[in-house]
Design a protein around this ligand. Sequence first.
Ligand code: PGA
Length: 241
Amino acid sequence: MRIVAANWKMNLRCKSAVGLASRLRADGRSCWLFPAFPLLVPVAQVIAGSGLVLGAQDVSPEQDGAFTGEVSGEQLKDAGCELVLIGHSERRHGHGERHPLLVRKLKRAAECGLKTVYCVGETLPERQAGRAETVVGEQLGSLAKLSDSEKAQVAAVAYEPVWAIGTGENATPAQAHEMHALLRQSLERMGMKVPLLYGGSVKPENAGELLAQPHVEGLLVGGASLEYESLAAIDNAAREA
Ligand code: PGA
């Protein structure tokens, strides 16, 4: 069975998030859910004791303290999180998050006992310039800065080409395969054996063909994870893969 991770981004409200989580729970699903911060506790309450796993979309590199607007790993654990996304392109490009900060976040999350989902992906100009593999390789390099015990906290690496996120244009299965094969090799060189997720305009219509690729062990889904029907259809494809 493959991993289906739902990145709800800055969407949903308490009622809709709880409603969606309740339906997933009633189905006996085991997706990873990444709600916005204020929705973590209500969703945690609904999914307690189920196969669904709770994660946050970001974590502060700092410990509890005077950091207005930040959320610490301890607070995320307290809210019921087991996972946290790090390096999502909307953080890299929208908030200028780069290698040194991402390494600090990876280390901080591990220190708090949170598992991490580390995201990498090239922009369209980078792909057009033939630099996709170099860029993704460099981004993956942040993981080389982790100790063995910190590496053990990495639950998955997600390849999300920036040009495919929220655009409706997913990578072709061949493009996903090519990058995932490279990621698998690089991770092996780092002594890491973690599942690889693909993300970027995943929909019920393309989930099956993406999951059919040898190194695609799961999907990170944004827009299509906000509606029960489409998320359930993607999860069904993952169960069948
Ligand atoms: P999308 O987002 O499925 O809406 O393209 C994926 C993501 O950013 O994780």
